[in-house]
Design a protein around this ligand. Structure first.
Ligand SMILES: [Zn+2]
Length: 172
């Protein structure tokens, strides 16, 4: 804590914001921060460090040798109760997959934007009894503008909309 003094800005947990926010040190005792002021809500409270490391929570598994078993059998039979690879359930993994989904959506939108830019055709309103050709721009009441990518005779076509490719009815 060397170098920190009253008025310095630090990250701390705020009990009112229920979050880690920027704080200003209000008081120190023997080099330890004891009081801080939350810059988000203005409350003055005890200093709570921003992160509570969870590394210390690793369960120490105990492997016992049962009567009649060799040590090796006991080790083989022993299965850890906590599998470390439940990453999909952790909040970090969730936000990672959310970020991935967001990136996919962005890519899809860029792809759509590119396709729209390359298309000089005037848009036509979508109707399932109309005939369209690849490259036609279609205005759909729900999905917006899209470009016909592929025809699936006799009655389907794939159109790339902003939100992705959709299979729609047509006459082809
Ligand atoms: Zn606060």
């Amino acid at each position: 804590m060397a170098g920190l003094g009253p008025g310095d800005r630090i990250e701390a947990r705020c009990t009112r914001c229920n979050d880690v926010t920027g704080h200003v040190i209000v008081a120190l005792v023997g080099g330890e921060i004891v009081k801080v002021e939350c810059r988000a809500c203005g409350s003055v409270h005890k200093y709570y460090p921003p992160a509570t490391p969870k590394a210390a929570k690793v369960k120490t598994a105990v492997c016992r040798v049962k009567a009649g078993e060799t040590r090796k059998e006991a080790v083989n039979a022993f299965k850890p109760t906590t599998t470390p690879s439940t990453a999909a359930a952790s909040p970090a993994a969730l936000s990672r997959s959310a970020a991935k989904a967001q990136k996919l959506a962005d890519d899809m939108e860029q792809n759509w934007q590119r396709t729209m830019n390359q298309t000089a055709a005037a848009s036509r309103p979508y109707a399932m009894n109309e005939t369209f050709a690849v490259g036609d721009v279609v205005d759909h009441p729900k999905f917006g503008s899209g470009v016909v990518q592929e025809l699936f005779p006799p009655d389907k076509m794939q159109i790339l909309f902003r939100e992705g490719a959709k299979m729609l009815r047509c006459v082809c």
